[in-house]
Design a protein around this ligand. Structure first.
Ligand code: FES
Length: 135
């Protein structure tokens, strides 16, 4: 893990393709890591790409989350490692440039316009308020 990473892409490693027994998420992690490293500096921020357990999007496998400090978080479903690497890569490029991470569905690339399961506002204000009250 790069200690300087400021953005994270998290992929559910429990997801299975509908009607099949394979677990494509490890393949998705490998392909996305290769794609991000291949474009190098074309993505302005570092991305840590890792797996996690179920993200509660089980009816829409695979699920992929984008998150970063002070930015909105996204959860996408119906992601296929064979077809969707280009869209995921393009959204990484876009997400890195967004000040607060907020964008509307029409601004997201390709399939990600219609497969967003959640867009969650940044929560840093709540954390800062809690820390302020505790001190
Ligand atoms: S098993 Fe992947 S979101 Fe639940």
């Amino acid at each position: 893990m790069n200690r300087n990473t400021t953005h994270k892409i998290t992929i559910c490693t429990s997801c299975r393709h509908k009607g099949r027994t394979c677990r494509p998420s490890y393949e998705l992690i490998d392909r996305l890591r290769l794609a991000v490293s291949a474009v190098g500096d074309a993505i302005s921020e570092d991305f840590e790409i890792s797996g996690t357990a179920c993200m509660a999007g089980c009816d829409r496998p695979c699920t992929v989350a984008y998150h970063s400090t002070r930015k909105a978080s996204y959860l996408f479903g119906d992601i296929n490692p064979d077809d969707d690497i280009a869209d995921l890569l393009e959204f990484a490029r876009q997400y890195a440039l967004l000040h607060d991470g907020w964008c509307s569905s029409v601004d997201r690339p390709g399939k990600l316009r219609s497969t967003t399961l959640a867009r969650i506002p940044a929560t840093i204000m709540a954390v800062e308020d809690t820390l302020e009250r505790a001190s």
